[in-house]
Each structure stands twice: as structure tokens, then as C-alpha cells.
Design a protein around this ligand. Structure first.
Ligand code: 9WN
Length: 443
């Protein structure tokens, strides 16, 4: 097993810090220098926990800026646009001015991303307490001050996005899962048909990658933009979209993150003497943990998303199937998932360059080694599974993922994702969240 040498550690930490500094725009960090020149919601969570290893105040600033984009419904939007750029879809395409709930003073998209933020905040608090002094005071005060805002975010997901109490968070766009073109969404996207009245568009993402096959196809992109159009036409009202939109799916990983984050929010709240909202937070955690565990296929041991348009579970061997590891709640299942994750269908697959979590099992017929969320390894997913294992008391397994993850990053290009068989770097370079999790892994 790879063990980073003192030289590797110094080099990786130095270079990761340099990447994050380069992507720093003052009070927020762009997700990557050119492909994603704005603040993305779940990227910001990972970025903040990485920055905290170097500067707790700057990490908290990141989360504060993100909260500046929160809608009055509690929703944290998936992109905050702070300056003009050539990223598409841009604010003119999102047209969030049709939404009464949009925030004042900052342009945002109108959809969500996975609720990693409170998990990040609890890591930051942990770091700050280790450092003590002013860092600890600042972090604790930040938790007390922002507790209602995080609760409002979680409450939004638990109500507006689960009105029938399935215990699964409903997503209205593949982008909301953070795993845009994952085969998890192939069946629901097959029912998305861009209308003849869709405004024309020109993709700009392909100008920033060397090979278009690493990104979603044009057909997929047209569907993504059609769903944006449907959200605009529903004025970003969730009930109106639910009644008219094409894509409505219960997402197991988002639900597991909500459960885990709600537990952590309740923990931090009670430690800091907060009373209001702690019980509500625990109740959210219980409901979504139950929803995730209920979705598990007893045959495969993996959790499944639920297509709420057809009422069918979606059976795909994607890393989201390990949602129960993230939310916990069933000891035997956690052990089964640990063995599955480290075993020959996943990280232990004989063809993998490094034994880190692939986005889709290499043994699955859906596996594509170069295409975005259809097989490549995303370092943040590996971090998430290592974090989850650690939290479940599976330190040895967590450390195996951590060390393999560091071996993958030792060249220090901090790519967006990696070809799992050859180890080739794909997508953007100097991706902020990749550099951030390297810092956390090294801390
Ligand atoms: C759309 C920023 C984001 C990540 C997502 C990843 C990708 C955007 C895109 O980049 O999505 O939101 O334009 O492809 O899929 O997880 O947050 O890094």
C-alpha cells in the first residue's frame, strides 16, 4: 500500500494550497480556473473543509458567502455568479428574476446541489477545536450564528422536496445530484424531450476540455437546458414544477447526506447550548435515514434512487448505492457495504490503476472509463466514502481509501476526475475541491 513520503506530503500540501490560493477570489473560491469560474454549492463545502486546515477564518468566509446566496425558501442554489464569465448556462439563461424567493444582491442559478455543507462545517469545527484559541471561538460563534440558516436549508429539502414524506429528497435536475450524466439518470432522462420552443444555445464547456467524450453529449445537454426552461416556466416554484416538469426523482445520496448533515447539525447545536431546532434536525435525520435504508436492494446491497414519475426504483451500480454508509443506521448493512466497496466489483477491481471509489462499478454494463460520471474516479467521492467509513468506526477501510486517494493525487495536478484504468487525468486541472480534499487527507 502506498505511504506518502515526507517529501510527497510537503509537495502535495504546498501545491494544493497554491491551487486554492490561485482560485481564491477574496471571499469565495471558483470551482476551477476556467471551466467553472463561479462558486458551486457542494464544491464550496469541500473547499471550505480543505481551507480550514490552513485558515479557519477563511474557511468560514467561504460558507458565509455561500449563505449569501440562500433563497427565502431556505434553498441554497447550486451556483452563485459573482462576475460575468463565459460559463453557460449563465444568469440570463437561468432568469431567476421570475422567482419571488431569490436572494437580493447576488445572481444565482435556481436549482440545488447535495447538502454537504454541514458535514464540512463539522470538520471545520473539529479542526478549529484542535487548534483552540481564536479559531475555536470564531468557529463556535459561526455555528451558533448560522445554525438557523443551515436548518432552513435542511428544512427546505425535507419539506418542499419531500412533500409526501417518502424519506427521499426529490431532485428536479440531474445537476442537483452533482453527478450530471450518471447512468442513475438514464431512465428518467429518457422521458425528457426538449420542446420545439426551447431557446437555442451554444455550449461553452467543450472549449475548456481536450476531448468532448469526457463531457456529457449534446443530446444530454439539450435535456439539461430543457429542464432549466421548465423550472423557469414554473417560476422556480417546486409544487408548480412537480406538476409540470419531466424529471422528478428521489435521490438516495442527497437523502443520505441530508440525514448525516442533520444529525451533525443537531450534535453541534446541543454541544453549543442551542435548543430551538435540535429536535427538528434529529427528526429530519431519522426520516431520511429510513428512506435510504428502505431503498436498499436486498440482492445487491446497494441503495436505489426512486423515479417518482413512474414509481420505479432505478437499479444502477453507481457509487450513490453506498448512501447507507453515509447515513448509517444498520450495522450489518454497513459491514456488507464496506466489504462490497473494497471488494472486486468496486475499489478492489483488478483493472483499476488505484483502489479508489469509481463513480460506476467497472463490472457494470453502464461503465464508461472516460465519460464524466459514468465510470471515472472523482476524488471527492472517495473522500466522502472515506469520511463515512471513518464515522462508522471502519478506520482501517477509511485509511485504505485515504492512502489510495493520496497516491492518485501525488502528481499534484488535482484533476477534476481520473480515468480509473490508466490513471489519466480528465476534465479540468487545478480543480479546487480536489486540492481541498488532498489537504484534508494530509491533515
Ligand atoms: C453543472 C463544479 C461542478 C460540480 C458538479 C459537476 C460539474 C456542472 C457542469 O461541475 O457540474 O453543475 O457544468 O458540468 O458535475 O458535480 O459541482 O465543479
Amino acid at each position: 500500500m502506498y505511504q506518502p513520503t515526507p517529501n510527497d506530503i510537503a509537495l502535495m500540501a504546498g501545491r494544493a494550497g497554491y491551487v486554492l490560493k490561485g482560485n481564491d477570489r477574496g471571499r469565495f473560491t471558483v470551482a476551477s480556473p476556467t471551466l467553472y469560474p463561479h462558486m458551486w454549492s457542494w464544491d464550496a463545502g469541500f473547499v471550505a473543509l480543505g481551507i480550514a486546515t490552513v485558515s479557519v477564518p477563511r474557511a468560514l468566509d467561504e460558507l458565509r458567502t455561500l449563505l449569501g446566496g440562500q433563497w427565502t425558501t431556505g434553498m441554497i442554489p447550486h451556483i452563485l455568479f459573482h462576475s460575468p464569465s463565459d460559463y453557460f448556462p449563465d444568469p440570463d439563461r437561468w432568469r431567476t428574476q421570475v422567482a419571488a424567493a431569490r436572494p437580493a444582491g447576488v445572481l444565482t442559478s435556481g436549482i440545488t446541489q447535495p447538502p454537504i455543507h454541514v458535514i464540512a462545517l463539522s470538520r471545520i469545527l473539529h479542526d478549529a477545536r484542535r487548534k483552540g484559541g481564536a479559531d475555536q471561538e470564531l468557529a463556535e460563534a459561526f455555528v451558533v450564528e448560522t445554525f438557523p440558516r443551515w436548518l432552513a436549508w435542511h428544512r427546505y429539502l425535507a419539506t418542499a422536496r419531500d412533500p409526501y414524506a417518502h424519506g427521499l429528497v426529490e431532485i428536479h435536475h440531474g445537476w442537483e445530484s452533482g453527478m450530471d450524466d450518471s447512468p442513475r439518470w438514464d431512465a428518467p432522462y429518457a422521458q425528457v424531450h426538449p420542446g420545439p420552443d426551447m431557446p437555442p444555445f451554444v455550449r461553452r464547456d467543450l472549449a475548456h476540455v481536450s476531448d468532448p467524450s469526457q463531457r456529457p453529449s449534446d443530446g444530454e445537454y439539450a435535456k439539461y437546458l430543457w429542464l432549466v426552461e421548465q423550472k423557469v416556466r414554473a417560476r422556480y416554484d417546486d409544487a408548480a414544477y412537480r406538476a409540470t416538469g419531466d424529471f422528478v426523482v428521489g435521490d438516495v445520496l442527497v437523502s443520505a447526506l441530508l440525514a448525516a448533515a442533520s444529525d451533525l447539525l443537531a450534535d453541534m447545536g446541543s454541544e453549543l447550548g442551542i435548543v430551538d431546532g435540535v429536535e427538528e434536525s434529529r427528526a429530519i435525520a431519522r426520516r431520511f435515514r429510513t428512506g435510504v435504508l428502505r431503498s436498499v436492494d436486498p440482492g445487491t446491497g446497494l441503495a436505489r434512487d426512486l423515479d417518482l414519475r413512474t414509481g420505479r426504483y432505478l437499479d444502477v451500480d453507481s457509487a450513490a448505492g453506498f448512501a447507507p454508509l453515509v447515513c448509517g443506521g444498520d450495522e450489518a448493512l454497513i459491514r456488507r457495504q464496506r466489504d462490497l466497496l473494497l471488494g472486486p466489483r468496486w475499489c478492489g477491481h483488478s483493472r483499476l490503476r488505484w483502489p479508489v471509489v469509481p463513480s460506476v462499478s467497472p463490472a457494470s454494463p453502464h461503465f464508461r472509463e472516460r465519460t464524466y460520471w459514468r465510470g471515472p474516479q472523482w476524488p471527492v467521492l472517495n473522500w466522502l466514502m472515506a469520511w463515512a467509513l471513518n464515522r462508522s468506526g471502519e478506520q482501517e477501510a477509511a485509511n485504505a481509501l485515504r492512502l489510495a486517494g493520496l497516491a492518485q493525487l501525488v502528481e499534484c495536478d488535482f484533476a477534476e476526475y481520473y480515468q480509473p484504468i490508466t490513471g489519466e487525468q480528465l476534465g479540468s486541472r487545478d480543480q479546487s475541491w480536489t486540492a481541498a480534499i488532498a489537504l484534508d487527507f494530509l491533515a
